[in-house]
Design a protein around this ligand. Structure first.
Ligand code: FMN
Length: 190
């Protein structure tokens, strides 16, 4: 069983990034177990003075990272770069090398032409921490705000609020096909 830790860079309740990851979790193939990181908002601001002191939220993050065989990130762009809270999470991993040689990928769900700053910064930071990033696994898959249903999934357009299974099927198909197409043609390299 391969354990993939899903980390959303958004703390917004109706987040498009979290919706994309929830759907990934629902459509994960056999042999893949996903785990969900939900501690972003509780992480203290990084301080080198506290790096070895074992703050519970930091310990929990590191344990989840340690248990994961791979990590999938999905983050919005704020002010041309990563949200501060998400960069703060990444800063907590620098000294302890939690992402070093860890297979890591990311999705960008921003509209076409947006989110470039987040993708560039994330690529740079992941390179700095020595994560094992295959660029072909990092793809763009736009998810509009109004595509996120009340259940936190991305329902089919023009439908009544979808039940989770229908949402999963639709988004999963789209995710699979667009990811495959992106990988094949490298049409939307991040
Ligand atoms: C403080 C703030 C700054 C933002 N800055 C940018 C930006 O520089 N570039 C961009 O494309 N979108 C920017 N956005 C838009 C967000 O990336 C967009 O709303 C995204 O959907 C948020 O992700 P979420 O739905 O997962 O919360 C910004 C949003 C906020 C709240």
């Amino acid at each position: 069983m391969t354990v993939v830790l899903l980390i959303s860079g958004s703390t917004r309740s109706a987040s498009t990034n979290s919706a994309a990851l929830r759907t990934v979790r629902a459509i994960a193939p056999g042999g893949v177990e996903t785990t969900w990181y939900d501690g972003l908002i509780d992480l203290p601001a990084f301080s080198p003075d506290d790096d070895g002191t074992g703050h519970p939220s930091v310990v929990a993050l590191r344990e989840q990272l340690s248990r994961a065989d791979a990590v999938l990130l999905c983050t919005p762009e704020y002010a041309g770069t990563l949200p501060g809270s998400f960069k703060n999470l990444l800063d907590w991993t620098v000294g302890t090398g939690d992402l070093y040689e860890k297979p890591t990928a990311f999705l960008i769900v921003a509209a076409p032409g947006r989110g470039e700053g987040a993708a560039m910064t994330l690529t740079s930071v992941l390179g700095y921490v020595g994560a094992d990033v295959d660029p072909q696994t990092c793809v763009r898959l736009p998810v509009a705000r109004d595509a996120v249903g009340p259940d936190g999934w991305s329902p089919p357009p023009n439908s009544a609020p979808a039940r989770s299974k229908r949402s999963n099927a639709w988004f999963g198909t789209r995710l699979a096909s667009e990811t495959a197409a992106a990988n094949e043609a490298l049409a939307v390299p991040v």
